[in-house]
Design a protein around this ligand. Structure first.
Ligand SMILES: C[S@@+](CC[C@H](N)C(=O)[O-])C[C@H]1O[C@@H](n2cnc3c(N)ncnc32)[C@H](O)[C@@H]1O
Length: 279
């Protein structure tokens, strides 16, 4: 315990939780069901204590007040769930290598620009798995016009992802071959090699706000994030993502997710959790 932390549990009422539900919804599109009341307490109370406040109400007044922008960002970070893993839902990476990489490699060789997007990248395991998959299929990738865009609303996880550094016990899921090809010992842990680090670009970005980039993608991974959104937000996001997919490009979604408005989005469900843009 440090002196800067108030010891008693901060006051947390139903009305505080309702305000938090409204903030998460308005700022990030995240729906917090009533069953999450205790979970939200455990995630946010630390910030309330660190600010020496004894009531959630005072904390929320500050975070939503005229000088609370930085705290509001921290609050949104605290409300996100960041579970992820290297090569999570491995079938997606197998599909990418077998079905996409031959065509993408040929296109790259002809000088085409190829972009992939890990939308909601959390601590980076997803975009780094994409980068490893591409680099094992096409070892000369560094000489071509290829990038992986990796975005997330949570600035803390984006910073972690960009550091490219993981502890030994976080490497689970990375096959031996990829470990030896792409990871180097670094500061008591491991860091992705310089060559691999040239492939991804990391940005803090809210999927449910404006997207500050143009251009389209051959591949979009948007996995295990829309489960936190309501149907309307989800369908609007699928529509926007589909508009950013090149004809013939692929959208990969999480194992418990589906694109309910696939037809409207011109997406064909070619395998469970994998969609291809028409054309
Ligand atoms: C469970 S993780 C999924 C990570 C990765 N895609 C995977 O499947 O392993 C969900 C991520 O979505 C991010 N997220 C939640 N709402 C978001 C939003 N509105 N815009 C961008 N990212 C968001 C969270 O910060 C979190 O890192």
């Amino acid at each position: 315990m440090t002196n800067s932390i108030t010891l008693s549990a901060p006051e947390y009422t139903d009305s505080d939780f309702q305000r938090l539900q409204a903030i998460a919804r308005a700022q990030a599109g995240i729906c917090l069901p009533d069953t999450k009341k205790a979970l939200v307490y455990s995630r946010v109370s630390r910030r309330v204590r660190e600010m020496q406040l004894s009531r959630f109400k005072d904390y929320l007044d500050f975070a939503t007040g005229s000088s609370g922008a930085a705290e509001l960002e921290k609050l949104i970070c605290a409300l996100t769930t960041n579970v992820t893993g290297f090569f999570r839902e491995k079938n997606h990476f197998d599909h990418l290598k077998a079905e996409m990489m031959p065509d993408l490699s040929a296109a790259l060789r002809k000088g085409k620009r190829v972009r992939m997007w890990s939308a909601a990248c959390s601590t980076g395991q997803e975009p780094w798995s994409l980068a490893m998959s591409v680099a094992t299929s096409f070892p000369e990738i560094g000489s071509y016009d290829f990038r992986v865009l990796a975005t997330d609303i949570n600035s803390d996880v984006v910073a972690r992802a960009e550091s490219a550094t993981y502890a030994a016990d976080e490497l689970e899921g990375i096959p031996e071959r990829e470990r030896s090809l792409f990871l180097k010992e670094h500061d008591g842990g491991y860091r992705f090699s310089e060559a691999l680090r040239r492939l991804p670009t990391f940005r803090v970005m809210n999927l449910n706000a404006g997207w500050p980039f143009r251009g389209t993608f051959s591949i979009i991974f948007c996995r295990n994030v829309v489960i936190y959104f309501d149907d309307e937000t989800r369908e609007a996001l699928w529509q926007r993502l589909a508009e950013r997919l090149e004809p013939g490009g692929f959208l990969y979604v999480g194992h418990s997710e589906r694109v309910a408005n696939a037809k409207q989005c011109k997406l064909i469900n070619i395998a469970p959790t994998i969609y291809q843009k028409e054309g």
